[in-house]
Design a protein around this ligand. Structure first.
Ligand code: CTP
Length: 130
């Protein structure tokens, strides 16, 4: 059993998220998504439109997501990787190089982002309507 892990906010779930998760899941037998809590988002100066529980429910509907757990801080990755016996960490390439320090623990892979879509773009479209 090989385990893949990924991190993010996944607000206003969109096809860029779906593509990332689909490609991440293909690297192993199960995919764990570590989902930023609303409190952690505030620390990152991010306010999500959808609260944690709703973002979690969306992710849990996806058949190739095995488990959703909370991301509370920047430092938990090492512990997550050990606790869940993670083989591969996958992130979009906006994070290029940022998690290379975890390479002694597991493989670290950065995948190209899907162009033209992001939660920020969706929020901007919504703001321009009102
Ligand atoms: N992602 C992607 N392609 C996109 C948007 C996101 O591959 N078009 C990936 C990110 O690289 C990350 C994961 O999806 O690995 C979760 O990204 P998140 O930051 O939650 O979504 P964004 O849409 O990038 O949100 P924001 O605009 O707030 O940065």
């Amino acid at each position: 059993m090989t385990t893949v892990i990924t991190y993010g906010t996944f607000d206003l779930f969109h096809f860029g998220h779906l593509e990332l998760l689909k490609r991440a899941a293909a690297y192993g037998d199960r995919l764990i998504v570590v989902l930023s809590t609303d409190e952690f988002n505030l620390q990152k100066n991010k306010i999500s439109r959808q609260p944690y529980d709703l973002r979690k429910q969306n992710l849990e509907c996806i058949k190739f997501v095995s488990l959703v757990i909370p991301e509370n801080n920047w430092e938990q990755k090492e512990n997550d990787i050990k606790t869940h016996h993670v083989n591969t960490l996958v992130m979009g390439d906006d994070w290029n190089g940022k998690f290379d320090y975890l390479m002694p623990l597991c493989k670290v892979i950065y995948l190209p982002r899907t162009p033209g879509i992001s939660s920020s773009i969706l929020k901007e479209i919504e703001n321009n309507k009102s």
